[in-house]
Design a protein around this ligand. Structure first.
Ligand code: NAD
Ligand code: UDX
Length: 462
């Protein structure tokens, strides 16, 4: 006879960028609930149990310190954790498939499916299984089938509870979410499971921000939210190219457009292109779904968002080369920032990877500085031919450099001593501000040739 679920023990399988912070916040907000985060990667778990957490995220250390070994536990014993918990979040990685049918577009569900089978194998009581990973719409159906195929007489409820936090602001986003989305099956037991999960979030999230939907809407909404955000970035980036041709200024255009309350001001910052582990992967996933459901125009519409992003990254490199007299061969270029955005050490799909590789192809010599992402940068550029230095000091990076390519919007770049930097660089000195965060007039006055994005350049070269 199956035992009842233990709703006071929550497990998350997958201790990554999502699993770690989300569970730390749940544990912090719900001291009476035991929260276990389990992963097959012992290095990651050791790091979660140490003073140097495996991910850099502002505010995370404090939350983990408060809850760890009180009601928050990190372990590699996934099987024992499955047996113990009543609610199981699955937060394993769901990268783009690199092989077989759907390669390059569809989500690779192997880690997710292994986890479902693992839960079936080790469960000894009923469970509520919660999709926290981002998954193609209708995955819950497959998950439910696998879970219900058990011969132990156990009942599994499947919920979708996608995560909307962004890296760099994860703790803030988790503590004060715009909304928490929970999708459940439209059955009595499905509704009861949904309410059980809602009661966890109700510890700190107001009821009107806990959105209850059917499971398919929930799965699809996650993909759509990311696609819409990425689409805004690609839209404004496309306009930055038009600005460069017409003497319009992208910052002014963005402000003017964003002040229309129907449009809104967020996600309208032009840059060197969007990165991160989610946008590209989730749009490709949606494109694949559209193709699968025979909606070629819809697929092509969303695919264009990615093509635009590739074009923006390439454009940044073309601008560097053409303005440095059509050659960067043998020239040192300081790369300011490698992470895909500020306040994270994550470099997954970071524009800096592509920009660096293209510059190396042109035989430029790179000196890369990033306050958090150097270890990842080294891995990303492993095997690349050419001279690459990884430096912990921005002033070291610019010594003898012909140009600075600013790729990540780290705040610290705004407060560097640019007089000192100018004195350390080769002349003429170039700055390509891929995020428009520097004071371009001031840099020009110091003697730099300044190339912002989507607005006119300021040069001493004519
Ligand atoms: P990640 O790669 O950082 O973490 C995934 C973890 O799962 C890894 O530590 C891996 O070892 C572990 N894992 C894989 N298979 C396992 C198994 N069978 N048993 C136990 N552990 C296993 O990934 P992430 O960035 O945390 O993303 C996880 C999911 O959340 C993805 O679907 C992603 O799309 C989604 N998501 C990510 C973000 C983000 O900002 N990173 C935001 C929202 C949603
Ligand atoms: C994204 C989603 O925002 C989040 O809701 C989801 O859960 C995971 O994916 P994340 O990738 O962590 O989060 O960062 P995000 O802040 O969305 O930025 C993505 C990329 O877009 C970054 O490279 C960022 O620099 C870029 N971006 C963002 C711009 O270029 N301009 C903008 O105006 C906003």
């Amino acid at each position: 006879m199956a035992s009842k679920t233990n709703d006071n023990v929550i497990l998350c399988i997958g201790a990554g960028y999502v699993g770690g912070p989300t569970m730390a916040v749940i544990a912090d907000k719900c001291p009476e609930i035991k929260v276990i985060v389990a992963d097959i990667n012992p290095e990651r778990i050791n790091a979660w149990n140490s003073d140097k957490l495996p991910i850099y995220e502002p505010g995370l250390d404090a939350v983990v310190k408060r809850a760890r070994n009180r009601n928050l536990f990190f372990t590699t014993d996934v099987a024992a954790s499955v047996r113990e918990a009543g609610l199981i979040f699955v937060s394993v990685n769901t990268p783009t498939k690199t092989f077989g049918i759907g390669a390059g577009k569809a989500a690779d569900l192997q880690y997710w499916e292994k986890t479902a089978r693992f839960i079936v194998e080790h469960a000894e009581s009923d469970k509520i299984v919660i999709e926290k990973s981002t998954l193609p719409v209708r995955t819950a159906e497959a998950m439910h089938r696998i879970l219900q195929s058990n011969s132990k007489g156990l009942n599994f409820e499947v919920l979708s509870n996608p995560e909307f936090m962004a890296e760099g602001t994860a703790i803030e986003d988790l503590e004060k979410p715009d909304r928490v989305l929970i999708g459940g099956m439209e059955t009595a037991s499905g509704r009861a499971a949904l309410e059980k999960l809602a009661s966890v979030y109700a510890h700190w999230v107001p009821q009107d921000r806990i959105l209850r939907t059917n499971v398919w809407s929930s799965e699809l909404s996650k993909l759509v939210a990311n696609a819409m955000l990425a689409q805004r970035v690609s839209s404004i980036n496309s306009i930055s190219m038009l600005c460069e041709k017409t003497d319009a200024d992208i910052t002014e255009v963005s402000k003017a457009v964003g002040m229309d309350s129907r449009v809104g001001s967020k996600f309208l910052k032009a840059g060197v292109g969007f990165g991160g582990s989610c946008f590209k992967k989730d749009i490709l996933n949606m494109v694949y779904l559209c193709e699968h459901y025979n909606l070629p125009e819809v697929a092509a519409y969303w695919e264009q968002v990615i093509k635009m992003n590739d074009c923006q990254e390439r454009n940044f490199v073309n601008k560097i080369i053409s303005n440095m007299f059509n050659t960067v061969a043998g020239k040192k270029i300081a790369i300011f920032g490698f992470a895909f955005k500020a306040d994270t050490g994550d470099t997954r799909e970071a524009p800096a990877i592509y920009v660096s590789k293209w510059l190396l192809d042109e035989k430029a010599e790179l000196a890369i500085f990033d306050p958090e992402a150097l270890p990842s940068a080294k891995k990303d550029l492993e095997g690349c031919k050419g001279k690459i230095e990884y430096v912990n000091d921005p002033y070291e990076a610019v010594k003898g450099a012909h140009a600075i390519a600013l790729i990540t919007d780290w705040k610290l770049f705004k407060s560097l001593d640019y007089d000192k930097i100018f004195s350390l660089m080769e002349k003429p000195s170039f700055i390509f501000d891929g995020r428009n965060i520097l004071d371009h007039e001031a840099l020009y006055k110091k003697g730099f040739n300044v190339f912002p994005l989507g607005k006119h350049s300021l040069t001493h070269l004519e």
